[in-house]
Design a protein. Structure first.
Ligand code: B3K
Ligand code: ZN
Length: 874
């Protein structure tokens, strides 16, 4: 397919104001009748034909315009469109009927069936798989939807908006329901559900006193696992009122959980459809991470009601307008619900592990891309997570008050519209009185900026100087870059850790705004050389290189009042030691001295007042992916793995007593509560268990096994099993078997079991994964199973996926090709594992390339896979 370009955007030639749909759910004989009120767009091309999008559709019966059948000669149907060359000049009603077989829809886009339930997914271009339409986000229509189905098979019938009527169809076993959505919306927000589901009910009174009925629909027997999601929903609704002044606008808000879903969830107006992974939780089946994932995704989809639905995107290039902003909002929500510093650390860890990687490889693209071949491939960490960082930087730059004013202006000015990034940014420059032209480079320039910071001290003049230098690396299609606007929050500390309040030469309070390639900042009149804490809270999404002397680092690790930077200082030091070890392991250089790391960890352990969640973060070594990214080229995943293990072993040798004492202190029996405090304690427990078992011997296996068998909740159980699965032993296999029989038939829980086994860093793992693909609870047609087992291997097992014999790559390649015939989106997602293949050492790199070429040559690929493979290879 040819590329779609932002520069070629044209307003639609026609508009659709209203749609009346009649959907008859009837297995392979399902029919969709659509009556659309169309009119020419006066801003469009005056003589343009009407071209409706369609994908894989079958028309049933003749087309009608204003109630009259259209002669066959007056329209034509092609693979992806329906063209009416000369439609009426004035407004008219077009009626057409399409015939669908939802059960045969394995792409899970459009109308499909998940465990028998009829459901839809329309973003980005799925509505065109239901009916012919102007399937683009800048065509906004109101919808009335009548759904009809067998009452026994589908007692629940849902669509967007408010329920209008319902009833039986006399003389049959069938019934119907009519839904009306008064808010004009683009087709990607359309949704419909029909099935036999259990309902959890609740209600919410909005800030203006309206009562909203809330419903969460799940498979029968799982209602008791939906309570946390409902609680998270109500907290999200309240939070959006309090923090952004946004009130919910319909009489009902429904969520449906389905087990076959291509992504996490979907924000359809008034009817969110969710991957059941982000709804269902009980202490016995879900981990703390699952609970916080549910809280975040429920909030995210709910927040889309204003940022995405009431104000939507003009075109798909503006995707970050809704996604980056909504991720920012859900991150702020989590920070308010849980611990702000812990949320920040874990968000930054995620950003670096995925987005920084993406930005440094063949898939790098701007937050607002300029062209795409397949839009589904742009639901990326760059659009989402970097998109959120850009909003956060904007807020830091203009201040919280102007930021809120800008948001208010945005909601007021663009409500009901399909907007652009330019319009969004204009609200903030008006609200703050600041020119944001240069800031907009964050949307158009790909690549993670590097900032080098050099400090100096002039004793005689009492002047402390900071020299900054920024550079943005070249990325595909962008060789040279301009300097960006980089907001660096900072603080200077005097002796004993007291913050100094001295104006810097650029005068911006405790904020340096770097906007040139080079810049120099002076602080004058200081009695002593201060210690600088820079990029506090990760105020700018950059790679920061500082020349901090060892003494300053130790000082900051102890005294910095920014918890993020306290964590960062230790991470940076640990990363440096680990990289030295990697080099030593691959050469004859001596191993580095890890005494300073041991000392820092000992100090953290001794700090009893520290929040356990924060301590868990401090004690977690940089990941293998983090180290690979820092090393950047000629990466040897085995050496990275061994360097980390070696450091864990030295920490254990030096600190065993402290680690054990602390571990035992976390084991206090307490009833499971999925709150931040409990989660922090359990996270710490598993991090300590991992260190305590670093010898990976039989005794280590016993320690982990003991936690596994005594666990009374899934977090402790899976934490123990994750640690145990890294140790080759009989106990590991026993524990894995016990887990499998306990949760047999529960795919969602077994996903954790699949993923753990896929991540075992041993030569036998590939075979194990292949064997597991035959497991009765595994299925290639379920996206969650594929992601946990195949995705878990490709993205969660750096040493085995990149086996030097190339078999890991070849395995992925074969599965991508096979899956592509069934579900291109899921197949394409797996290719994300290749985002860093060029950084590998030559032997592995050659094998990765072979596998990519094999995919490329396998013929009849989907647009999704084709686009990624060709980008990976250029
Ligand atoms: N907007 C959806 C993602 C749709 C992905 C389409 N390939 C979920 C979300 O970001 O909230
Ligand atoms: Zn979203």
């Amino acid at each position: 397919p040819s590329a779609v370009k932002l520069s070629e955007y044209r307003v639609p030639d026609f508009l659709i104001d209203h749609v009346e749909m009649d959907v008859v759910l009837d297995g392979p004989a399902t029919r969709v009748s659509a009556r659309m009120s169309l009119r020419r767009n006066l801003q469009g091309r005056p003589d343009a034909p009407l071209i409706l999008d369609g994908d894989d559709l079958r028309l049933s019966g003749p087309l009608e315009i204003d109630g009259r059948a259209l002669p066959l000669s007056d329209y034509s149907v092609a693979a992806q469109s329906l063209v009416i060359p000369a439609p009426p000049e004035g407004p008219f009603e077009l009626h057409l009927v399409t015939a669908l077989d939802p059960a045969a829809n394995t792409k899970l886009m459009g109308l499909y069936r998940s465990s028998g339930t009829y459901c839809t997914q329309c973003e980005a271009e799925g509505f065109r798989r239901i009916t012919y339409f102007l399937d683009r986000p800048d065509v906004l229509a109101t919808y009335r939807v009548r759904i009809e189905a067998d009452r026994a098979e589908a007692p629940i019938l849902l669509s967007n908006g408010n329920p209008e009527s319902a009833g039986s169809i006399e003389g049959t076993d069938r019934h119907f329901a009519v839904w009306h959505d008064p808010f004009p919306k683009p087709s990607y927000l359309f949704a419909l559900v029909g099935g036999d589901l259990a309902q959890l009910k609740d209600s919410f009174r909005t800030m203006s006193g309206r009562d909203v009925e809330l419903g969460i629909y799940v498979e029968h027997g799982k209602q008791d696992r939906a309570g946390y999601a409902m609680d998270a929903l109500k907290r999200s609704m309240r939070w959006d009122e309090e923090k952004f002044g946004r009130e919910y606008d319909l009489d009902v808000f429904n969520i449906v959980a389905v087990s076959d879903f291509n992504m996490g969830a979907m924000e359809n107006k008034g009817l969110n459809v969710f991957n059941d992974k982000y709804v269902l939780a009980s202490s016995d089946t879900a981990t703390d991470a699952d609970y916080s994932g549910i809280e975040a995704v429920i909030a995210h989809e709910y927040f889309h009601n204003w940022t995405g639905n009431r104000i939507t995107c003009r075109d798909w290039f503006q995707l970050c307008l809704k996604e980056g902003l909504t991720v920012f909002r859900d991150q702020e929500f989590t920070a308010d619900m849980r611990s702000r510093p812990v949320e920040r650390i874990s968000d930054v860890r995620g950003l670096r592990a995925v987005q920084f990687m993406e930005d440094a490889g063949p898939f790098a693209h701007p937050v607002r891309p300029e062209s795409y071949r397949e839009i589904n491939n742009f639901y990326t960490a760059t659009v989402y997570e970097k998109g959120a960082e850009v909003i956060r930087m904007l807020k830091t730059l203009i201040g919280a008050e102007s930021f809120r004013k800008g948001m208010d202006l945005y909601f007021e000015r663009h409500d009901g519209q399909a907007a652009t990034i330019e319009q969004f940014i204009a609200c903030f420059s008006e609200a703050s009185g600041r020119n944001l032209d240069q800031f907009r480079l964050w949307y158009s320039q790909a690549g993670t900026p590097t900032v080098r910071a050099k400090t100096s001290w002039d004793e005689a003049g009492g002047t402390f100087t900071l020299e900054l230098e920024q550079a943005v690396p070249p990325t595909p299609g962008q060789d040279t870059k301009k300097p960006m606007v980089i907001p660096l929050a900072y603080r200077l500390f005097g002796e004993n850790g007291t913050p100094l309040s001295v104006e810097n030469s650029s005068g911006d309070g405790e904020l340096i705004v770097l906007s040139d390639a080079h810049s120099r900042i002076d602080w004058k009149g200081l009695p002593k050389r201060p210690v600088l804490s820079l990029n506090r809270g990760f105020s700018a999404a950059i790679n920061l290189q500082t020349d901090l002397p060892e003494a300053d680092r130790l000082f900051l690790a102890r005294h910095d009042d920014d918890a993020f930077n306290r964590w960062q200082v230790l991470q940076t030091a640990t990363t440096e030691v680990l990289i030295k070890s990697v080099h030593a392991l691959r050469s004859t250089e001596p191993m580095p001295d890890d005494a300073p790391q041991i000392e820092a960890f000992a100090a953290a352990l001794a700090h009893t007042a520290l929040d356990p969640a924060l301590l868990a973060q401090l004690l977690t070594l940089p990941s293998e992916a983090d180290l690979a990214r820092e090393i950047g080229r000629d990466v040897d995943p085995d050496a990275i793995y061994n360097a980390r293990l070696r450091l864990k072993q030295s920490l254990l040798a030096a600190l065993e007593d402290d680690l054990r004492a602390r571990y035992e202190a976390t084991s206090v029996p307490a009833p499971y509560v999925p709150d931040a405090a409990g989660a922090g304690r359990r996270a710490l427990r598993t991090v300590l268990l991992d260190l305590l078992t670093a010898r990976r011997d039989e005794r280590s296996a016993h320690i982990a096994y003991a936690q596994f068998v005594s666990a009374d909740n899934q977090t402790d159980r899976i934490g123990a099993l994750a640690v145990l699965s890294q140790i080759e032993s009989r106990l590991r296999e026993d524990a894995l078997d016990a887990f499998a029989s306990r949760f047999a038939g529960d795919g969602l829980v077994l996903d954790k079991w699949f993923a753990l086994q896929a991540s075992i860093p041993e030569a036998g793992t590939l075979e194990r994964v292949q064997r597991l693909m035959q497991h009765p609870d595994f299925s290639l047609s379920n996206p969650n199973r594929v992601r946990s087992l195949i995705g878990g291997f490709a993205s969660g097992n750096p040493t085995q996926f990149t086996r030097p014999d190339g078999q890991g790559f070849a395995f992925l390649a074969d599965n991508v090709v096979q899956l592509d015939r069934m579900n291109p989106q899921v197949a394409a997602r797996l290719l994300g594992a290749f985002r860093t293949w060029r950084a590998l050492e030559p032997v592995r790199r050659a094998e990765a390339e072979k596998a990519l070429r094999k995919i490329a040559e396998s013929g009849s690929l989907s647009a999704d896979v084709n686009d990624l493979v060709s980008r990976a290879l250029t």
